[in-house]
Design a protein around this ligand. Structure first.
Ligand code: ATP
Ligand code: MG
Length: 317
């Protein structure tokens, strides 16, 4: 039986991790973005991070894995996921590649509980996301279960999706205070650390419209991390950016991936980035995983014709 809970799409103070309608205003695209932030400078290494230093802002400790078991997702007659099976190991960094419209975003949105599941089971660690146990039976999850599970997962969207009516500081503190019950002082301290880490400490009072696309995306990354997720989902996070802004955001994410223990599931068309950031790449098409392997194998010696065709098309574009 499919779960029936509806999930909110718009951010509200009660649901600040919801998905706001995109509002991208690329004001002031120039000066501050071209001078790229050296994230190496801002992120101290995992091993030698000083107590309370920037890397202390990154989640550490055992992260849960992800498992899709025979997951089916339909939009009307359009069957997007067809008994999809795949696993992301705890702390593993996995990139999903595949053609436009194949269902990559849908996979991430299911994990964020922004779409409902039709069939199958999704696991986060040893708990089911869309189901719960009642009297020894697996039943559709209630809102409380979804709310608890959802705390483990953060997502960065293609269109940033910052709360347009809040300044940068409130974008970062609203979720921790309202959803996690963190004290305001602690949330502010943490926000400051994260803004320093993403190179935007001086933008703490700015509103999203006063930031460039790259800056907005950095704030969005910091906002996702402020919720202290154990699983981070990245959906084409640089594809709405002007080309010269892409590298800075990718560098930041690469450093975060290397210096945290997060489980990472990333969707990207940027093959060099995918190669760089991933332990494993999954080629996805027609609702199923076509091929999975180390980035060197998938990009260097793909076993499946479908993967070869896809990579050829991407490289030609
Ligand atoms: N809310 C929705 N209602 C109806 N159909 C939807 C909805 N969301 C997605 N779809 C359909 O599901 C399919 C998969 O969409 P999805 O956005 O997951 O693809 P994608 O792989 O992320 O594509 P892209 O690479 O272009 O972002 C598409 O056919 C799309 O039209
Ligand atoms: Mg997509």
């Amino acid at each position: 039986m499919p779960p029936t809970d509806s999930t909110p799409e718009a951010p509200t103070p009660k649901d600040p991790e919801g998905e706001p309608s995109p509002k991208r205003v690329a004001a002031d695209e120039s000066a501050s973005e071209k001078k790229d932030v050296s994230t190496e400078k801002n992120l101290s290494k995992k091993d030698d991070a000083p107590e309370g230093g920037p890397a202390a802002e990154l989640p550490h400790g055992s992260a849960p894995g992800i498992r899709f078991e025979k997951v089916v997702k339909r939009f009307g007659h359009n069957v997007v996921l067809r008994e999809l099976d795949f696993t992301v190991e705890p702390g593993e960094r996995v990139t999903l590649i595949g053609p436009s419209g194949s269902g990559k975003t849908t996979i991430l949105r299911l994990l964020m509980t922004l779409e409902t599941l039709n069939e199958g089971v999704i696991w986060i660690g040893d708990e089911t996301l869309w189901h719960m146990e009642r009297g020894g039976k697996r039943v559709p999850a209630n809102q409380k279960h979804l709310h608890e599970m959802r705390k483990q997962v953060g997502m960065v969207f293609q269109q940033f999706n910052l709360f347009p009516n809040m300044n940068v500081l409130r974008n970062l503190t609203e979720g921790p205070v309202r959803v996690l019950g963190v004290s305001k002082d602690e949330a502010v301290e943490r926000a400051k650390g994260l803004l320093e880490m993403v190179g935007l400490a001086d933008k703490i009072d700015a509103h999203p419209t006063q930031l460039s696309g790259g800056q907005q995306q950095r704030v969005a990354i910091a906002r996702a991390l402020a919720m202290q997720p154990r699983v981070l989902l990245l959906d084409e996070v640089t594809s709405a950016l002007d080309p010269e802004l892409v590298v800075g955001v990718q560098d930041l994410l690469r450093d975060i991936a290397r210096q945290s223990d997060l489980t990472l599931l990333c969707v990207t068309h940027e093959m060099a980035f995918a190669k760089d950031i991933s332990d494993r790449v999954l080629m996805f098409d027609q609702g199923q995983i076509v091929e999975a392997g180390h980035p060197d194998q998938i990009f260097g010696e793909p076993a499946e014709q479908r993967t070869r065709d896809f990579l050829q098309a991407v490289l030609a574009s």
